[in-house]
Design a protein around this ligand. Structure first.
Ligand code: HEM
Length: 169
């Protein structure tokens, strides 16, 4: 009789632990579903497109924030937020020494994570075609002029010498 009792108890225990595991599993699935929108991972090229006053995303500590609704209210101004786009702004943010309140405020603008492998080490300034062409061209002319200056001086020297020689003869 006692043998039977022990057996049924362990079975009951097994059933309970299986149910517990099932519940745990269900709650994990539910948390995944609820949290999924917050866990979106962006690539840098996508985030860096949002670099305007009316559409501004910044990357801080591996997270992406859409600070568009905050531009006007940011105590540091909208310009610094604009300047913080197109790069990992973690250092900029930390250098200011933002308060705990500022950090709490960030949750409001959190939209997802950043795939860190897509963030370039240095800020990339993308020149328009015209800009890069004209700056290359003027750089080339300056180089030629710099190269020619000693020859012009030398030429002038010879010219002056020849001129004074002719006169004295
Ligand atoms: C979601 C992102 C951000 C939030 C929620 C935020 C919030 C705040 C808040 C609440 C303040 C007032 C002072 C304080 O409480 O610390 C502040 C000041 C400031 N923030 Fe931000 N900030 C953000 C991002 C940035 C970034 C990326 C920069 C880039 C450098 C920046 C630069 C500044 C500056 C310069 C000040 C002014 C400090 C002063 O004059 O005392 N912030 N910010």
């Amino acid at each position: 009789r006692s043998h039977f009792g022990v057996n049924s108890e362990t079975r009951l225990g097994e059933i309970y632990s299986v149910r517990l595991l099932q519940k745990l599993h269900l709650s994990i699935i539910l948390t995944d579903i609820v949290m999924a929108p917050d866990q979106k991972t962006f690539v840098f090229s996508e985030v860096s497109k949002h670099n305007k006053t009316l559409d501004c995303w910044v990357i801080i500590s591996g997270k992406v924030f859409d600070v568009t609704p905050f531009m006007e209210d940011h105590p540091g101004g909208s310009e610094v937020l604009l300047a913080a786009t197109g790069k990992d702004a973690t250092n900029d943010f930390e250098d200011v020494g933002h308060s705990e309140e500022a950090r709490d405020l960030m949750d409001k603008y959190y939209i997802g994570k950043i795939d860190k492998s897509t963030v370039p080490a240095k800020r990339q300034y993308v020149l328009s075609e015209n800009q890069s062409y004209s700056s290359n061209k003027s750089g080339f002319i300056v180089k030629i002029l710099q190269f020619l200056v000693p020859f012009i001086i030398l030429g002038l020297g010879f010219a002056v010498r020849a001129y004074t020689k002719d006169k004295s003869d």
